[in-house]
Design a protein around this ligand. Structure first.
Ligand code: FES
Length: 133
């Protein structure tokens, strides 16, 4: 379980890149759900955390492939392979990622939307991830 940032430091519609190996992108959708996938596009070397979030999909900033954040599956070319998904939890106002160990999208690790509860008190020094969006 890897702490990412405080929930209030990841507003809806934004994403954050977590410098794990490999890097992970965490998304907070406009609908208030949290998802995490591998940050590197499966087509070439682009950071999905710098892509465009639309609903539960992210569009790669380099060649515009889209991925479903719930499953990691590409929804259009040129990407053909899925990105791994990772479970996200919020504990005491801190977003955590639970990294998927195996390749692929094991059922237990598919992104489950986390709908955060009431906002927590702001802590300006709590960000632990690298914000890119
Ligand atoms: S690098 Fe993502 S679509 Fe090409």
């Amino acid at each position: 379980m890897i702490p990412v940032c405080r929930l209030e430091d990841l507003p809806e519609g934004e994403s954050v890149r977590v410098e794990t190996t490999p890097p992970v992108a965490v998304f907070h959708t406009e609908e208030g759900e949290l998802y995490a996938v591998d940050d590197t596009c499966t087509h070439q070397d682009a950071s999905l955390s710098q892509g465009w979030l639309e609903g539960r999909q992210v569009e790669c900033p380099l060649h515009a492939a889209s991925f479903d954040l719930r499953t990691g599956q590409p929804t259009c070319l040129p990407a053909r392979r899925p990105v791994r998904t990772h479970r996200v939890t919020v504990e005491d106002g801190v977003v955590h990622v639970h990294l998927t160990v195996a390749e692929g999208t094991a059922a237990w690790a598919r992104s489950t939307p986390v709908v955060p509860s009431a906002p927590q008190a702001h802590s300006p020094s709590a960000a632990e991830g690298t914000r890119t969006a």
